[in-house]
Design a protein around this ligand. Structure first.
Ligand SMILES: [Zn+2]
Ligand SMILES: [Zn+2]
Length: 249
């Protein structure tokens, strides 16, 4: 991941509420298009305008080549209406904590995977297990990825509750670990649709917690087809993989 500054010039007479709204619209549209990560971006007042500080999934993430119809429309219409200039991008450097993005070009498979602290894209390469910017994949919902980002946000909320161990821990753990949960069903739908549009296998991860014994854990079967899915050697972070059902655990 890279840190970047997006600078906007505006006249001293501009209405600050309009300015703030227009900048927020653009940042939200970039987020829904997978061009910026996370959902918190400080916006700093400057003499000649303002600057937003954002996390990018890759150095060229803000290139116009990756813009969708909403980002283009906001830059062309909404920003000038609020008295703002075109955004100017400065790449500040590589983020200290963020992962690099996948260099594979054509991944052999994909995994939908996130955690409560992950700011990266929730799509990982099955070859190198590094994140893949969402805009590198076919759009999933009205020329953006709002359904994927919503799944990621719900997953992270459940994972945070599960980690916190105080509020709704059991309910959150069920959502993360059961294949029939609302969260898993939505994740599996996203994987199926992406597999259909890319022609590349797309796996879904089921969290595992609270095995009764090691022997019973090893004998665990795929929760969908009932087949054997234990791996001889772990594959990335996973000990179980069903190629038929595209499930990992
Ligand atoms: Zn890769
Ligand atoms: Zn299976």
């Amino acid at each position: 991941m890279f840190d970047a500054q997006i600078h906007f010039d505006f006249q001293p007479t501009a209405d600050l509420v309009d300015v703030s709204d227009a900048v927020s619209w653009l940042l939200s549209a970039l987020r829904m298009n997978g061009q910026i990560c996370g959902k918190e971006w400080p916006i700093v007042r400057r003499d000649s305008g303002c600057a937003a500080y954002v996390l990018l999934p890759a150095e060229d993430a803000l290139s116009p080549d990756h813009h969708n119809v909403y980002v283009r429309q906001i830059i062309a219409e909404r920003l000038p209406q609020a008295g703002l200039s075109e955004p100017r991008i400065t790449i500040l450097g590589e983020d200290l904590d963020g992962d690099d993005s996948c260099p594979c070009g054509t991944p052999p498979s994909y995994v939908l995977y996130t955690t409560y602290i992950c700011l990266e894209s929730p799509v990982r390469c099955g070859g190198c297990f590094l994140p893949i910017p969402l805009y590198a994949l076919p759009k999933t919902n009205n020329d953006e990825y709002s359904d994927v980002i919503s799944w990621q946000s719900n997953y992270q909320s459940c994972d945070a509750l599960q980690m916190g161990c105080q509020v709704l821990e059991r309910a959150a753990t069920r959502e993360l670990s059961r294949v029939e949960s609302t969260l898993s069903q939505e994740g599996l739908r996203i994987c199926r649709e992406w597999e259909a549009s890319t022609g590349v296998p797309f796996y879904y991860y089921l969290y595992r917690y609270g095995a009764r014994s090691w022997a019973r854990e090893l004998a665990r079967l795929c929760p969908v087809c009932g087949g054997s899915w234990r791996l001889e050697e772990p594959w990335h972070l996973f000990d179980f993989k069903c190629d038929q059902c595209r499930l990992l655990s």
